[in-house]
Design a protein around this ligand. Sequence first.
Ligand SMILES: *Cc1c(COP(=O)(O)O)cnc(C)c1O
Length: 384
Amino acid sequence: MSKKELRFNSKTIHGGQHPDEAYGAVMPPIYQTSTYAQTTPGGHKGFEYSRSANPTRTALENALASIENGTYGLAFASGLSAIDAVIKLLEPGDEVVSTNDLYGGSYRLFKRIFEKYGIKFHFVGMQDVDAIEAHINNNTKLIWVETPTNPMMNIIDIKAVSTLAKKYRVLLAVDNTFATPYLQRPLDLGADIVMHSATKYLGGHSDLVVGALVVKDKELADKLYFIQNASGAVCGPMDSFLTLRGIKTLHVRMQRHCENGEAVANYLAKHPKIEKVYWPGFESHPNHDIAKSQMSGFGGMISFVPKGSSYEEAIKIVEKLEVFTLAESLGGVESLAGHPASMTHASIPKEEREKTGIVNTLIRLSVGIEDAADLIADLEQAIG
Ligand SMILES: *Cc1c(COP(=O)(O)O)cnc(C)c1O
């Protein structure tokens, strides 16, 4: 059986991989080198300088392409530098329609860096696909989708947005950080570019900062590779190795993240002191049907609002947690809790935040792969 035909749970381990040519090492060696000996000018074995390409990074890039059902993978120094490369496809005067409820750092990059260079961003509630169409004009070049959204767990219909993108000949990029290819594969649903903060679930162990892009189209891959090499925010060999190692257990970790996420979401939903729980697995979730059709599970990201609580009381809950660590980030084996308004989303103005539901008492959980009973007991003692 060719490795091309493997199922997802085998692709995480074998996709795009082969034993190292020098000694047959099963894991690609960490090629900690900047340059490569040449026999004559240009006489090299495919690698000249590690910004342009490095064998450990190439191994990761091939794995990324495989698990997202793409053709070309590109690994960056961070998720934000991967997004930066996508926006650099554009020119002054171009416009982007973006999800309104998105990662705070993506919003900051769009508003504070790229608007200065004459690129215009429209932030739209994309659960309503017609609202996207209303913002498309002749200058629109890109639709930027994040789903599930962060931290409100809204679900955007990737297939419907891709139909719209094709109608207007606009690129569609999807930030797939929350779902991972285990749950959702945007290229199969018609997206042109998939982006990851591999810092989160792909790496999975909270021990690195890495970004990724995956595409199918060669011309688009060439343009992005040109930007990656010209701007230089590449993923180093050590981080490439660690990300690759993380990807090998993605499917087993995600299975447990989903199970624990469901247990914690159900516990919170029944708790008398909890006002609202945001998790796409609930049948009452407004976009549950779309989640069910485009995702194979609902993940371990949950947001909730304690009943009648003040800002101080919400802060007290996250401070009291002992198994959950109060920290930025998500997607690691350990459970994390965060307070978006003061942490991950502090760079979004309060009025903008509250428009999308990020109230001052919202708490976000990244449910890890510990024993679910310990996670629930921890929440119980913190919520009281
Ligand atoms: C963390 C994150 C990013 C940014 O990635 P970095 O690796 O921190 O640069 C982008 N999108 C989402 C959804 C994220 O969670």
